[in-house]
Design a protein around this ligand. Structure first.
Ligand SMILES: Nc1ncnc2c1ncn2[C@@H]1O[C@H](COP(=O)(O)OP(=O)(O)OP(=O)(O)O)[C@@H](O)[C@H]1O
Length: 593
């Protein structure tokens, strides 16, 4: 009972997406019902033919009755065609609506959600589960209703033909219904498991494709393949379990209508012998039972599909219902005009969901407009976490961050992110052209000159022009066809194209070799001109770009000042520098004194 309730509850979630499709779906259902009923009438006409013209030799009536059977056959075919024509377009539209809604919601969901979800699980929900739901709405729902109606009407007709034969058929078909009910509950559990395992498998495939270089470099391909095979085997076992449940169900289902026909023949023979039944009635009853076999047999299949779809809806809902915790305020404040870019951290505390302690416990820091501040600290002390609070990838747990005096949570996300640009340690590019990748840095339409200007600032115009199709050169997934330094410079161009007031950079130099580092460093110098920038520094060369340095230690900013000031005043800073790359950069003294 509870299960049935939850199946319906899950399916109710489809209403918003399928509301617009309800008229075509009802019309398609009526067509399917009409087709079924026209098929049901055929046995009755057969009875008339056998008990009428076949016995009396009345050819005129025979012709009309045969024409009637033909017309019914045509009507059935036409109605089935109309059902597909009506249900198909409406359902594919709703499927697209579901996909679009899920995709949009995935964009809204905070990083804390994405941290916890495997991409393969999201992929299988957006692709497989939505398709399962569409199949359900195209076939299952319609046939569950029409088949049940056909069974009820068919049994009614059977009882009007002969109550005894009606009873015989009911007794034989009842166990089919019961076993349908019994098996579909078991099938539901296995169906859900199979869907989850498909998601796990998709995650493994995706990760091994994205990480193919690492796998090859470390020779771990074989290991991951073994892992993949284990997962594939688990999925296969679940598939076999599904097959086994369905096989038992089908065996029960197939044998019983056969038994019904045998019982009808036996009971009918007695009826004809004692004159209580005509031959026409017996043949009509047998034809009717044969006709009812499919609706009865398929009921189990459709109930299984109902459960698969309920599981798909449940899985869809796990994402669609996840709360978008980082959202626009109810009444966003307007951005100051012009934005000066003063960034202030006031008593900022941050703890990740489910974490036991704070990463940041009391961060106070002011970045003056146009100033570049390098953030240094030991590994894992929370530098990336601090920078990711500025574009509100995560929200502070306490305290506040202000931009020109306005709490960033009071700004519309769109406004905030229009003013705060980011570039990460690893430059992430998309499988699109250079132009599209750079233009992605702003929501505003961009001209070629603006893209070029951004590339110039990022020291990237020259190498882009040397690419086979210049700005229109497609770059592979993740930009793997470019060198590390080229990728990083494109990422910087993307960060500056929207002319942000604030730049947040997670050491763009740290993943580069010395030669490439010099190219990107040059780009960074230009990028940082005129904007407020918070730059995580893993290398002395990055520290060198900053006007001031802030030292993060044990969740707090323990010292701020110029490099020289800190060398003189902060023991933590000196220790940190001694653990960094100690190579002097451009004559700068970086080693601990
Ligand atoms: N998404 C997350 N969920 C939970 N904990 C996280 C998450 N990201 C980081 N952490 C934890 O927060 C702490 C700070 O991580 P963070 O990446 O901010 O450090 P970091 O100073 O940038 O490190 P590094 O210098 O090595 O890049 C670490 O203990 C890390 O395990």
């Amino acid at each position: 009972m509870d299960d049935r309730g939850s199946t319906l509850r899950e399916l109710r979630r489809l209403l918003p997406y399928y509301r617009a499709a309800r008229l075509p779906l009802v019309a398609a259902g009526l067509c399917a019902l009409g087709a079924m009923l026209s098929g049901l009438v055929i046995p009755l006409v057969t009875q008339r033919i056998i008990d009428g013209p076949v016995r009396t030799g009345d050819i005129g009536t025979l012709v009309w009755l045969v024409l009637g059977v033909l017309a019914l056959g045509f009507a059935e075919a036409l109605l089935l065609w109309a059902r597909r024509q009506l249900a198909g377009p409406a359902n594919t539209r709703s499927e697209a609506r579901m996909r679009a809604a899920l995709y949009a919601h995935l964009q809204r969901l905070p990083l804390s959600f994405h941290d916890q979800w495997q991409s393969g699980q999201l992929l299988s929900r957006g692709v497989d589960d939505v398709a399962t739901v569409r199949r359900f709405m195209t076939f299952t729902v319609i046939y569950l209703v029409t088949n049940t109606t056909t069974i009820v009407v068919g049994l009614g007709v059977m009882y009007t033909l002969s109550p005894v034969l009606g009873l015989v058929v009911t007794v034989c078909l009842l166990p089919v219904m019961v076993s349908n009910y019994f098996y579909e509950n078991r099938y539901r559990v296995v169906a859900r498991r199979a869907q989850d395992q498909t998601g796990d498998l998709a995650t493994t495939v995706e990760e091994s494709v994205l990480g193919i270089r690492v796998l090859k470099a470390f020779g771990r391909g074989r290991h991951l393949r073994a892992h993949y095979l284990v997962q594939a085997e688990e999925l296969r076992q679940t598939g076999l379990r599904k097959v086994s449940i369905l096989a038992t169900l089908w065996a029960t289902i197939i044998v019983l209508p056969g038994l019904a026909i045998a019982a009808l023949l036996a009971a009918g023979a007695f009826g004809i012998a004692d004159g209580s039944l005509t031959l026409g009635t017996l043949i009509a009853a047998i034809t009717l039972t044969t006709y009812l076999s499919w609706p009865v047999e398929s009921l189990g299949w459709f109930l299984a599909e109902l459960n698969t779809s309920a599981a798909a809806c449940e899985r869809f809902g796990e994402v669609a219902d996840a709360a978008a915790t980082v959202t626009d305020p109810a009444r966003p404040k307007p951005l100051p005009n012009p934005v000066r870019g003063e960034l202030r951290f006031e008593g900022v505390r941050m703890r990740y969901p489910d974490a036991e302690k704070d990463v940041l416990s009391e961060v106070d820091l002011v970045l003056r407009p146009g100033e570049t501040v390098a953030l240094v600290g030991s590994t894992g002390c929370g530098k990336t976490t601090l920078t990711s609070l500025v574009p509100r990838f995560y929200d502070v747990s306490a305290g506040r961050i202000t931009l020109d005096g306005v709490d960033i949570r009071e700004l519309a996300l769109h406004d905030l992110r229009g003013q705060v640009s980011v570039a990460f340690e690893e430059a992430v590019l998309f499988s699109a052209t250079v132009r599209e990748n750079v233009a992605m840095g702003t929501a505003r339409p961009t001209t070629e000159e603006q893209v070029r200007e951004a590339l110039r600032v990022a020291n990237a115009e020259e190498f882009v022009d040397a690419l086979p199709q210049g700005l229109d050169t497609p770059i592979g997934e993740q930009g793997l066809s470019l060198s590390g330094g080229q990728r990083q410079r494109l990422a910087l161009a993307r960060a500056v194209i929207g002319r942000p007031a604030v730049l947040v950079l997670d050491d763009p130099l740290s993943a580069l070799d010395v030669h490439t580092e010099a190219e990107v460093e040059q780009a960074l110098r230009r990028v940082l001109r005129g904007v407020t920038a918070l730059v995580v520094a893993h290398r002395p060369s990055t520290v060198q770009l900053a006007d001031r340095v802030a030292v993060l230690d044990e969740g707090r900013i323990v010292a701020t000042g110029t490099h020289r000031e800190l060398l003189a005043s902060s023991a933590v800073y000196r220790t940190l520098l001694s653990t960094m790359d100690t190579e002097p950069v451009n004559g700068m003294e970086v080693t601990a004194r």
